[in-house]
Design a protein around this ligand. Structure first.
Ligand code: FMN
Length: 186
């Protein structure tokens, strides 16, 4: 093993005191669990608890990812904002499938949510643009708010013994269905 591998292996992975996740006491609606975890992350005082990795697909189907800020969550889904002409904007125009991965290291929690994005209307996009700290009074027609409408969620609560609790939610004809995922998570 290389010296780098030794140093990486020696790094602590998780905090000593992580919350639990009871698979028998889960909400029917996954966004309720997400909001509870987001509130915990905000209360922890960690910087940018609303930052996540946002995944899209390139024209040839390759994955692409970058960090974005979550702007809102409502019935339309999880909101992000960006330039319509950016690479991700062009990728979303060609293929609306996308996913978000949140990781909150203070609690050892990860949330993955996937679905399709919808471009929201101009008024919402310009209101978001105008709320940015660098706003100089000039509207930006290239600015776009998108909402990711969740079709799948996966919640992971890490554990020191590595027996992480993973819960998958899927949207079916009858609404949300959840199950404990037992595949080894590493
Ligand atoms: C913490 C953090 C937050 C960011 N938030 C946003 C964001 O909300 N919207 C955005 O367009 N870019 C944001 N960026 C920049 C993107 O990560 C990315 O570099 C940029 O949008 C270009 O991505 P693209 O070429 O894949 O379209 C953020 C970067 C960081 C490090």
């Amino acid at each position: 093993m290389s010296e780098l591998a030794d140093r990486l292996r020696a790094l602590p992975s998780f905090p000593d005191d992580m919350p639990g996740l009871d698979p028998d006491a889960l909400p029917e609606d996954p966004s309720a669990l997400f909001l509870a975890w987001l509130e915990d992350a905000i209360a922890s005082g960690a910087r940018q608890p609303h930052a996540m990795t946002f995944q899209t697909l390139t024209e040839d189907g390759a994955p692409a990812a970058r960090t974005l800020i979550l702007k809102d969550l409502d019935a339309r889904g999880l909101h992000i904002s960006t330039h319509r002409t950016s690479r991700k904007g062009q990728q979303l125009a060609a293929d609306p499938r996308a996913a978000m991965t949140f990781f909150w290291r203070e609690s050892g929690r990860q949330v993955w949510v996937g679905g399709e994005v919808e471009a929201l209307d101009e008024a919402i996009s310009q209101a978001d643009w105008a709320s940015r700290p660098t706003y100089d009074g000039v509207p930006n027609p290239d600015w776009q708010v998108y909402a990711l409408q969740p079709a799948r969620w996966e919640f992971t609560q890490s554990r020191l013994d590595r027996k992480h609790v993973r819960i998958g939610y899927r949207l079916g004809a009858e609404g949300w269905h959840h199950e404990r995922l037992t595949t080894p998570a590493g």
